[in-house]
Design a protein around this ligand. Structure first.
Ligand code: GRF
Length: 222
């Protein structure tokens, strides 16, 4: 019998993406075991969701450390000790030290609310609107030391409509995020997706362009 894929999730906020992962697991669609949910904010909604789901939690306050590097090294050591094979950043609002994340290259993904490489960093919805973009979206990518800069695995696209404001756009995008992240995680849990630091491979073939989220899940880009 295949062993269950152990994951850890880091989140700084409300945790709706974490909730989507837990729901997919509960529906039997995502063969993962949650080893740990961690946060840099003791008040994060994500921690409450994890507690309610019986998942071990960890809240670490960066203010208790001399610098960012010391915090990150401690955090990532604890994640490793949880036995997690893969780490999911789901709204984790910190830049991570390169040495701390080095052992996780190829084993850490992030969900970002833009069509990367557009709009790395913050305020992505506002920036897409201000640029007059016709479409917006979300990306899941492997994490590197470059902020929102690692190879993109898959994207979900959304047409921007004339009435959209920042809040509406974020709200319309969120349900797509909630489908995108479990779908990518499913590929990793079934060992179909790999990144060796050079090439992203799906089923042993290089992925030439990010996968696209369609009505029936992930599909190759048109
Ligand atoms: C999401 O929009 C995600 O793309 C971004 O942060 C937000 C987290 O939302 N990285 P939630 O905490 O999962 O509800």
């Amino acid at each position: 019998m295949a062993t269950t894929f152990r994951i850890a999730v880091l989140a700084s906020g409300r945790g709706s993406n974490l909730a989507a992962l837990i729901a997919a697991r509960d529906r039997g669609e995502l063969p993962v075991e949650f080893a740990l949910v961690g946060s840099d904010k003791a008040s994060a909604g994500a921690l409450r969701l994890a507690e309610a789901a019986g998942i071990p939690t960890l809240a670490l306050d960066p203010r208790g450390y001399p610098d960012r590097r010391a915090f990150d090294l401690d955090l990532f050591e604890r994640i490793a000790a949880s036995g997690a094979e893969l780490l999911v950043l789901a709204g984790f609002m910190r830049i991570i030290d390169a040495d701390a994340l080095a052992p996780w290259i190829g084993r850490m993904i992030n969900i970002h609310p833009s069509l990367l490489p557009k709009y790395r960093g913050l305020h992505t919805h506002r920036r897409a609107l201000e640029a007059g973009d016709a479409e917006h979206g979300a990306s899941v990518h492997f994490v590197t030391a470059e902020l929102d800069g690692g190879p993109v695995i898959a994207q979900a696209r959304l047409a921007i409509t004339p009435g959209d404001d920042e809040a509406q756009l974020a709200q319309r995008l969120l349900p797509l995020e909630h489908r995108l992240l479990p779908a990518v995680l499913g590929l990793l849990a079934s060992h179909r997706l790999r990144w060796d630091g050079h090439t992203v491979q799906l089923d042993g073939q290089p992925l030439a362009a990010p996968l696209e989220l369609g009505a029936h899940g992930l599909q190759p880009a048109a």
